[in-house]
Design a protein around this ligand. Structure first.
Ligand code: CUA
Length: 373
């Protein structure tokens, strides 16, 4: 049996270890690692956190001292009562009001500043749905889960949802903004330097809420222009026999939910998306330039890996790596049975169903999809 003392020690050590995990170095979503002017504005309010902790500690200490000093003991007299003490009542009403007033001025100023529309910006429409994000641009480009932006420039977001309430949050770039069906919320982000900024849906939205991730990739202006122009083009046509068969499988099995602009149908003609197609779900990611992304399935899995054997170590970057290694095993597993990889509810049209594809169909689809650069 563990003694009470040992139990306390183990409890404290366990709590300490859990708290220490917050100090990890490769923390992608650290609000204290702010980047870009919006996040810097919020970081300027960090002193409020220090002030709040100071007040919290003082109140906690005062409570403990009072509890110990004035606890009931045999023979102890009733302590002096202060109920109805006018001077004290006024003091402890005014002091918190003053503290709150001091905190309110910069907080409200920052809230107003964060909501000021920049003079010029790159526009991105953001639509949340169970369980992925769609990002679309003025030139018709549409990506999923991975937003590409030019570094150093303002980006104006129009945030909405196709089903339930989600919340768009990239902690290093700005605060949270809810994605609400039927409403469009304006929000702004900016990253000073090229790089990757990770985010996460911050409003519980069902089974795969935790797998509804965001990756913002800030590129230099010339790199962004290259990416932007490529995304507006129709899909590259299949380059191999396997990819051609994959395009045909895609047209039969996937095209009722997914769009690939310029893809061929089973008879070798371009898929006509102007005709109504029997949609199985409200929407699914546009896959026109699927292979130019670095993530798939709600940004849960990397599409490319440094080395297939150590796939979860470092993710290769399709923008700067000439011929990145496809994360083939993971992509195949996803096509084989999506709900075994990420919890979803396709029976209720939430998430990707198991299409019971044969291994040959999976190989062909991978050949087709991996060519969609
Ligand atoms: Cu979407 Cu949580």
């Amino acid at each position: 049996m563990m003694t009470a003392r040992r139990l306390k020690f183990v409890g404290a050590a366990g709590f300490g270890l859990v708290a220490l995990t917050g100090c990890s170095n490769d923390n992608h979503q650290n609000v204290f690692d702010d980047e870009g002017k919006y996040a810097h504005d919020i970081a300027h309010l960090n002193w409020i956190f220090v002030a709040a902790v100071t007040v919290g500690v003082l109140v906690g200490l005062a409570t403990i001292v009072t509890l110990v000093k004035f606890r009931e003991r045999p023979g102890a007299s009733v302590p002096k009562q202060v109920h109805g003490h006018t001077a004290l009542e006024i003091a402890w009403t005014i002091a918190p009001a003053l503290i709150l007033a001091v905190v309110a001025v910069p907080t409200i100023g920052t809230i107003l500043k964060l909501n000021e529309k920049p003079k010029s910006c790159v526009h991105v429409n953001v639509v949340g749905q169970q369980w992925w994000w769609e990002f679309s641009y003025d030139n018709g480009a549409a990506t999923a889960n991975e937003m590409v932006i030019p570094a150093g420039e303002d980006v104006c977001l129009k945030i909405s949802s196709r089903d339930v309430i989600h919340s768009f949050w990239v902690p290093r770039l700005n605060g949270k903004k809810d994605a609400v069906p039927g409403r469009v919320h304006d929000w702004y982000i900016q990253a000073d330097k090229p790089g990757d900024y990770w985010g996460q849906c911050a409003e519980f939205c069902g089974l795969s809420h935790a797998n509804m991730r965001i990756r913002v990739r800030a590129l230099s202006r010339p790199d962004f222009d290259k990416w932007y122009a490529n995304e507006a083009k129709p899909a590259l046509q299949p380059a191999t026999d396997a990819a051609l068969r994959g395009a045909s499988t895609f047209a039969q099995q996937c095209a009722s939910c997914h769009v690939v602009r310029g893809a061929l149908d089973s008879s070798g003609n371009p898929v006509d998306y102007s005709k109504p197609v029997p949609l199985k779900s409200g929407a699914a990611p546009n896959l026109t330039h699927f292979a130019a992304r670095s993530q798939f399935a709600g940004a849960t899995f990397p599409l490319y890996v440094d080395d297939p054997a150590t796939k979860d170590v470092n993710e290769a970057d399709p923008y700067s790596t000439p011929n990145p290694n496809l994360n083939r095993a993971q992509l195949e597993a996803w096509l084989r049975n999506p709900t075994s990889q990420v919890p979803m509810n396709p029976e209720q049209q939430r998430g990707m169903p198991n299409l019971h594809l044969s291994e040959t169909q999976i190989d062909d689809l991978v050949a087709f999809l991996s060519g969609l650069k």
